[in-house]
Design a protein around this ligand. Structure first.
Ligand SMILES: Nc1ncnc2c1ncn2[C@@H]1O[C@H](COP(=O)(O)OP(=O)(O)O)[C@@H](O)[C@H]1O
Ligand SMILES: [Mg+2]
Length: 308
């Protein structure tokens, strides 16, 4: 579905926006800078205030009552969300609402930020990712991450992809490593472009190719979940379209959690959408529902471009 189609659908189903009457109890007191309107519905048992449906048919990662603090800044507040097996879920919301922070909870990347403190429970395939025996490096192989800015290692194309399988001891010999590197590059849609230049530095590739190299590096260690934090924001439209096509293919094998500031992208690639606002998970639902019939006013305001 296109944004135009969604906007048209919205115009038909939603009344025109009007200023709330001054005594409307659902609205903040006039003049207050940030007063969240009351949530209209409380449909979930895990999520407290989140409206819509935080549950997934086939949950693979489950976050329950997750809070993140950076010192005194309560950046994620009591967020619960299920991520399904082989599902693409998009995290959207205004800048600073906590999308990246929440994403980093899922593979414990916040552990690397000194001021960050995470509470709550997160499970991967039923097991607590914070349990004592869980090695965070091993977790990050199962829950891989692709960043906003392509960040190939200062190594050859081959060694970028070979790095993970080598450090995790996934291959017995060079022939097997060659195979893993080729498969990773092929699955990332990059092999045809680089097969004759595997010894060249990863940084010699174009931005879009570098991002696909980072995806190849991530999938070379057989992850089960791939986290993507605005993976296309540094790319041109053609490179973006290639990554989006790739997401469509990869979700046959992996769950993908993608942060995006592009609602068009969320509409194109995801099956579910989670809308964050000021550290709260406001609404989660099927992508079509979020874009055509959001339940919460904050979601509606964001997707219709009233703020963001
Ligand atoms: N490494 C960090 N150290 C301290 N505060 C941070 C850090 N990263 C994010 N924050 C704060 O957490 C809040 C959420 O930020 P972030 O998760 O980056 O939002 P988003 O990805 O939605 O733009 C913001 O108030 C931001 O300033
Ligand atoms: Mg971010």
């Amino acid at each position: 579905m296109t944004i135009t189609a969604m906007t048209e659908a919205k115009t038909e189903t939603l009344p025109p926006s009007t200023e709330p009457p001054p005594d409307d109890p659902e609205q903040g007191v006039a003049g207050d800078a940030i007063v969240l309107p009351e949530f209209k519905e409380q449909k979930t048992d895990l999520g407290g205030k989140t409206v819509g449906n935080i549950k997934s048919e086939n949950p693979f990662m489950v976050a329950e009552n997750v809070n993140v603090y950076y010192g005194d800044n309560h950046a994620i507040q009591n967020v619960s969300l299920e991520i399904g097996t082989k599902e693409v879920i998009a995290l959207i919301g205004p800048s600073g609402c906590g999308k990246s922070t929440f994403l980093r909870c899922l593979n414990r990347m916040n552990d690397t930020i000194e001021t960050a403190r995470v509470t709550g429970r997160i499970t991967l395939d039923g097991k607590d990712i914070h349990r004592k025996e869980q090695d965070p490096v091993a977790l990050r192989a199962r829950v891989g991450m692709v960043f906003q800015k392509p960040n190939p290692f200062p190594k050859s194309i081959y060694d970028n992809v070979a790095y993970g399988p080598r450090i995790h001891g996934l291959v017995a010999d060079r022939a097997e490593l060659d195979q893993v590197v080729h498969t990773g590059l092929e699955r990332a849609g990059l092999l045809a472009e680089v097969k004759d230049r595997l010894d060249e530095p990863g940084t010699s590739l174009s931005g879009g190719q570098q991002q696909r190299l980072c995806i190849a590096r991530t999938i070379a260690v057989n992850p089960e979940v791939i986290l993507m934090d605005e993976p296309c924001s540094a790319l041109d439209p053609i490179a973006t379209a290639r990554i989006e096509d790739l997401i469509d293919e990869l979700c046959e094998d992996y769950a993908i959690v993608i942060v995006t500031h592009s609602m068009q992208q969320a509409a194109r690639v995801s099956r579910r959408v989670a809308y964050f606002h000021l550290g709260l998970l406001v609404e989660v639902d099927e992508t079509d529902t979020i874009f055509t019939n959001p339940r919460h006013k904050l979601t509606e305001d964001y997707i219709t471009g009233r703020f963001g």
